[in-house]
Design a protein. Structure first.
Length: 346
């Protein structure tokens, strides 16, 4: 087998939260948050080292402030194709907030689209007609070897930070800070306010993916920082299997619609009697959770007749989280990049 044909047998897809990727002298969120030139170089070198070691073919990025700097970094690393659809918000001169998502690819991108909520669908969810994603998802149609055009979506759903603070609500409701019972209830409500947004974003995007899929029949790869566990009730619309519509549209119709967790597809194809816990992609204090995911359409399910490729390997890069070395990892990221290796069916 030639080197070229061998390269086309496998494709690697990665999702990578960069954690405040912003070039000095700009700052993220607060005027004190500015990297020195040395710190910035360390961060860029860390990203480049990961890319050079694992060589993903397509990478979805989150927490990007300096899009031009990321484009240049990835172009130098062998990714000539880049997609971004939004610009970060400037809070005050050089202080930025609301980072954006981006995608880099070794292969041509034939179309780039900014995903925006359908007003009529938002209204059905009880949302305002002008509801907007907290970070605009990008859809990039990538021309992948052996697969052809594939719609790759990159997302960063709403964080768990409340839509309002406890202090704001106390003032609005006339609740004294000393009123502990009411304050605990307000805190719980603030967390739920973020969950409402996060779940709504997932449902709205799922509808957009379904519409696009019906129009093009392109394979779908959805990747990003979901800021929640996939099978929580909040995000269940992304991978829902509970439907009464199969009697109307048939099993194949549902298979064409559904998205599946790449990790579960990998497990199903590589069953082992030794159960291994799924590695966390983020830690809060000592508590780990999987927040970063890659979801796939039925073209990547080996149990489906339409299968074109299957998940041969799933990798969570978490060394910097579990065993960090300051000189190497001090300006890396607080998430573990996840990567899948797809084996093309011949």
């Amino acid at each position: 087998m030639s080197t070229e044909s061998a390269a086309q047998v496998q494709l690697k897809i990665a999702s990578f939260n960069l954690f405040n990727f912003i070039a000095p002298p700009d700052a993220y969120y607060d005027f004190n948050n500015i990297y020195s030139e040395q710190q910035w170089q360390q961060k860029c070198d860390w990203i480049t080292a990961y890319v050079n070691q694992y060589r993903p073919d397509v990478i979805g990025f989150q927490e990007v402030f300096s899009t031009d700097a990321l484009r240049a970094l990835l172009n130098a690393a062998g990714y000539p194709y880049f997609a971004v659809v939004d610009i970060p918000e400037v809070a005050d001169e050089f202080i930025y907030r609301s980072p954006v998502v981006a995608l880099a690819s070794k292969y041509p991108i034939s179309a780039i689209h900014a995903c925006s909520a359908a007003p009529e669908f938002a209204a059905l969810l009880g949302l305002s007609a002008d509801f907007a994603f907290s970070r605009t998802p990008v859809r990039a149609t990538v021309e992948l070897p052996a697969l052809g055009p594939c719609d790759c979506y990159v997302v960063h759903f709403k964080s768990k930070r409340g839509q309002f603070s406890v202090e704001q609500a106390q003032e609005l409701l006339g609740v004294a800070p000393s009123a502990m019972q009411a304050s605990f209830a307000i805190e719980a409500a603030a967390k739920w306010s973020a969950a409402i947004v996060r779940g709504s974003e997932a449902s709205l995007l799922r509808y957009l993916i379904a519409q696009r899929r019906a129009a093009t029949a392109y394979p779908v790869i959805l990747m990003g920082d979901f800021n929640d566990t996939l099978h929580s009730g909040v995000l269940s619309s992304l991978v829902s299997t509970d439907t009464r519509l199969i009697a109307t549209y048939g099993e194949q119709g549902f298979d064409d619609y559904r998205l599946q967790d790449a990790y579960q597809l990998f497990e199903q194809s590589h069953y082992s009697v030794t159960a291994v816990a799924r590695p966390a992609t983020h830690y809060h204090l000592t508590q780990g959770a999987v927040l970063d995911y890659i979801l796939l359409s039925n073209e990547f399910d080996p149990h489906n007749d339409q299968c074109l490729a299957e998940v041969e390997h799933y990798h969570t890069y978490d060394r910097h989280l579990l065993n960090p070395e300051y000189a190497r990892d001090s300006h890396s990221t607080d998430h573990a990049p996840v990567m899948i290796t797809l084996k093309i069916r011949q």
